[in-house]
Design a binder for this molecule. Structure first.
Ligand code: CP3
Length: 342
């Protein structure tokens, strides 16, 4: 047994109380984050400024005593490191120079990824020095499918039709892009572990828009390769997969991808997860972030339900997706108290 509850849960060691952290906990909803962010101008500047990135990584742990810190960065630093133009326009979300042709893919340079992302590794080292011993440091990356949607669409999307069309019309080219993302992401995550990350989470935020065959080829296959690459280097580092919206395919995901934990979104029924996922992996989730931004009664009711049904097995309390920017601080304080003390 370690004194890090998150690592116990992922390694199937029993905790007295479930560990808790919240996806996207570093940033947006915290006044102390907004202050740092204002001084630094652009979002990527903050990601690449090790001291400030470490500071905003530690802020939510200091304020709420969470059981983990997730390194402050973004899934789109990988396209940035590969040479794509990436910018974050306030109020509009990310903008990227879109990948449209074989030439665009040829220009992507995996060799520069590690040196370009050195500030993230420095931020991890600094964070580790100041993190309380009971908290685990989580490194992360976006999975190839989700990252490729931003690269092909040139930003966010509602239906991902440009990316899907690209996959169906140019399967060979898409495979080249996927291979580049598998390599870059594996190297990046291994370097995060070398820099102090104790747990890895792989975010596949848009895996829920794919039919079965595409889910296998675009979500499961690359996740399996990345997790295997990491496990070759560091067999003991626990890995959490988050194929958000996978629904019916969650079961296949955990059978095929050798993850230690799976993060479930808020659509997954608790009893079903307890019966079909929890015997095989640690389950993380799954309070709807909108509920966390509503009333204390509703938060209490749903948080207790989740804890009652999943709390007896391998479990990490979390949201079913990232925390919303307008979430009241006192609701987060209440949630931590409910999970630990009720
Ligand atoms: O606590 C943390 O999790 C902080 C680190 C983190 C960020 N983004 C910081 C961020 C993490 C883990 C992410 C993951 C991420 N980024 C995902 C996967 C998880 C998910 O929510 O589905 C995705 C799809 C992105 C892409 C992205 N980055 C978008 C769509 C946006 C704009 C909209 C938004 O969420 O604000 C970002 C910007 C971003 N990433 C911000 C932060 C704090 C806001 C930037 C700002 O301060 O202006």
């Amino acid at each position: 047994m370690t004194n890090k509850k998150i690592i116990n849960a992922l390694k199937n060691i029993k905790n007295d109380v479930p560990p808790i952290w919240l996806m996207r906990q570093a940033g947006r909803f915290l006044p102390e984050y907004r202050e740092v962010r204002e001084h630094l101008g652009s979002f990527l500047n903050l990601c690449y400024s090790p001291k400030d990135a470490a500071e905003v990584t530690l802020q939510p742990v200091r304020r709420f005593g969470f059981d983990a810190a997730i390194i402050f960065s973004d899934i789109l630093v990988i396209p940035d490191a590969l040479g794509v133009d990436v910018s974050f326009v306030q109020g509009e979300g990310p903008k990227l120079s879109p990948i449209q042709s074989a030439q665009d893919i040829k220009k992507l340079d995996v060799d520069k990824v590690i040196s370009h992302l050195n500030p993230v590794f420095e931020a991890l080292k600094l964070t580790k020095e100041h993190l309380p011993e009971s908290a685990a440091l989580i490194g992360f990356a976006g999975a190839p499918w989700t990252v490729s949607t931003y690269m092909i669409e040139g930003g966010g999307s509602k239906d991902f039709s440009t990316t899907k069309k690209f996959v169906f019309e140019n399967p060979k080219l898409y495979q080249e892009l996927q291979e580049i993302l598998i390599q870059a992401t594996s190297l990046y995550l291994i370097e995060q572990i070398k820099s102090g990350a104790e747990v890895i989470q792989l975010f596949d935020s848009w895996s829920g828009v794919l039919a079965h065959e595409e889910f296998r080829d675009l979500v499961i296959k690359p996740a399996k390769k990345i997790v295997e690459n990491i496990k070759k280097y560091s067999p003991d580092t626990p890995i959490i997969g988050f194929p958000k919206g996978a629904g019916f395919f969650y079961e296949e995901y955990i059978k095929e991808v050798p993850v230690d934990g799976v993060s479930i979104d808020y659509t997954v029924p608790l009893e079903w997860a307890a019966e079909n996922l929890q015997p095989h992996v640690c389950v993380q989730g799954n309070l709807d972030p909108v509920i966390l931004a509503t009333s204390q009664e509703l938060i209490r009711k749903r948080a207790r339900e989740i804890k009652d049904i999943l709390g007896n097995g391998r479990f990490i309390f979390n949201l079913g997706h990232g925390i919303l920017p307008y979430t009241p601080i006192e609701n987060v304080e209440l949630l931590v108290d409910i999970v630990r003390n009720e």
